[in-house]
Design a protein around this ligand. Structure first.
Ligand SMILES: *Cc1c(COP(=O)(O)O)cnc(C)c1O
Ligand SMILES: [Zn+2]
Length: 475
């Protein structure tokens, strides 16, 4: 059943977009290995190349057909499409032809993801960073992180697979630094619970209480494993190779498809002017930065944007394999140390080979990666949140990265900056509290500074007590 809120009248729209508003293009999508010539249809769940074990991507082999529509017409199609009252097109599938054309509209799961706000940093925050910038806040997604973008495409694909392959049992599984499990549990819980179950593996004590509450609340089986994310990831990778489970980590290329929407939205929100754009992205498992680069490439190939933006990747010094690779030329996994940017605390990013390939092919002179101190990360977050934002620690990491890159001259303040705040402030309020109460264990290397500290004040229940405390003057 195609779900329309009300009938569609094509004649209400200009002739040049009319025929394209309801996307009929299904493309010719296949899994393709990033290292060898292996490719196969999307008629199964697959995460690594059966021939050589490398990562897979999803390629639309008829993508060039989309070039028949000029870039400016595509822009109009997306704009006018927002006026349609079709559920499946309300979220990230607004960009269906570029995003993941293989999924029919009837199978799209929409829970309110995407189209997150692009908010201009106020004067004080811009002065702090060293340039004007925008925050694109992906905390405004249903489970309060960007992972919902990838989960919308992955779970739509599961929904499509259940219908077309007649599956009677699907066990969705993921390892998580907190937000993948929140998103997976949420999206899977929307499907038929007699068919679909969800299981999440979390490193014990290394997700925030809010992030733990999310999959529990969605009814997932929550498994706490000793160790860090990389340990959980190894377990689910083995399970996915050996058993009938559906892996929902970004190693699954269907996740990447949905996460490309971040790039499409940034371009659209900036009126497709990307010639001086730098997008600042925190990097953990490197799925998101892969998706963002691929998304901009899609738009560039279709002439929807004329220029590829620059990418500034940011990592904590406590989990910085990509920054070390960029500065030394050599890649090696690193042991991680405790980080307030805990959702990005990953020593061996699964999608690193994709990043390396994208940088080599298209982003070489457009890709920088910088690492920052824990102190800078938490202060970046606290400063932003004192200036009308609701950024998480990873958003703080992005701001800290921009600030450092500007101070060291790696980027010019003349550019347009979009900083990715990947989740919502509230998911990480425990770290704010540790800062306020000076309870960080020494390995975080964070010392509270009084300017940022705040605490509730206890007063008697009277107007007089409040007036005295505030020093109010009588009228
Ligand atoms: C997952 C996550 C990241 C890291 O994204 P990757 O795709 O793993 O690089 C950053 N911030 C938040 C809030 C996340 O949940
Ligand atoms: Zn291969």
């Amino acid at each position: 059943m195609e779900r329309h809120y009300s009938p569609f009248d094509p004649h209400a729209f200009p002739a040049h977009v009319r025929d394209y508003l309801i996307p009929e293009y299904a493309g010719d999508c296949v899994y393709e290995c990033i290292a060898c010539a292996y490719s196969c249809p999307l008629d199964r769940f697959l995460y690594t190349c059966p021939a050589c074990g490398s990562l897979l991507k999803i390629t639309d082999r008829s993508f060039d057909e989309l070039k028949k529509i000029p870039g400016p017409v595509w822009r109009d199609i997306f704009d006018y499409r927002t006026l349609l009252r079709i559920e499946a097109l309300q979220g990230i599938f607004l960009f269906k032809e570029l995003l993941f054309p293989a999924i029919p509209l009837q199978d799209v799961i929409y829970l309110g993801e995407g189209h997150t706000a692009l908010v201009r940093a106020n004067t004080q925050l811009a002065r702090y960073a060293g340039s004007e910038f925008f925050i694109k806040n992906d905390g405004f997604n249903p489970s309060a992180s960007f992972k919902d973008r990838g989960m919308a495409s992955a779970v739509s694909f599961i929904n499509y697979s259940i219908r077309t392959r007649g599956l009677s049992e699907v066990l969705g599984i993921c390892a998580s630094t907190g937000d993948t499990s929140a998103a997976a549990a949420l999206y899977l819980s929307y499907l038929d619970s007699s068919i679909v179950k969800s299981v999440v593996l979390l490193p014990k004590g290394k997700v925030t209480p809010q992030q733990l509450a999310q999959p529990l609340g969605s009814g997932a089986v929550v498994l706490e494993i000793p160790g860090v994310f990389d340990d959980c990831m190894r377990i689910v990778e083995q399970l996915a190779e050996t058993y009938h489970v559906c892996l929902l980590n970004s190693k699954n290329p269907v996740r990447i498809m949905g996460q490309k929407s971040y790039a499409y939205e940034v371009a659209r929100q900036l009126g497709y002017k990307t010639d001086d754009l730098t997008v600042v992205v925190p990097v953990g498992n490197a799925g998101n930065i892969t998706a963002i680069m691929e998304g901009f490439l899609d738009m560039h190939r279709l002439g929807i944007i004329e220029d590829l933006p620059h990418i500034l990747a940011v990592q904590s010094r406590h989990a910085n394999p990509v920054a070390l690779w960029r500065s030394s030329g050599e890649y090696a996994p690193v042991p991680v140390r405790p980080s307030v940017a805990q959702a990005a605390m990953i020593g061996d990013p699964v999608s690193f080979p994709k990043v390396r390939a994208l940088v080599a092919s298209d982003f070489d002179d457009r890709f920088a990666c910088i690492d920052v101190e824990e102190q800078e990360i938490i202060e970046g977050m606290l400063q932003a949140n004192r200036c009308g934002s609701v950024v998480c620690t990873q958003g703080g990491e992005s701001i800290a990265g921009l600030r450092r890159a500007l101070a060291s001259g790696i980027v010019s303040p003349e550019r347009t900056f979009v900083v990715d705040s990947t989740s919502h402030q509230l998911k990480f309020s425990n770290f704010q509290q540790m800062f306020f109460e000076n309870t960080f264990p020494p390995e975080y290397e964070i010392t509270p500074r009084s300017g940022f500290v705040n605490a509730p004040v206890q007063l008697a229940a009277s107007a007089g007590a409040v007036a005295d405390y505030l020093g109010l003057k009588k009228k």
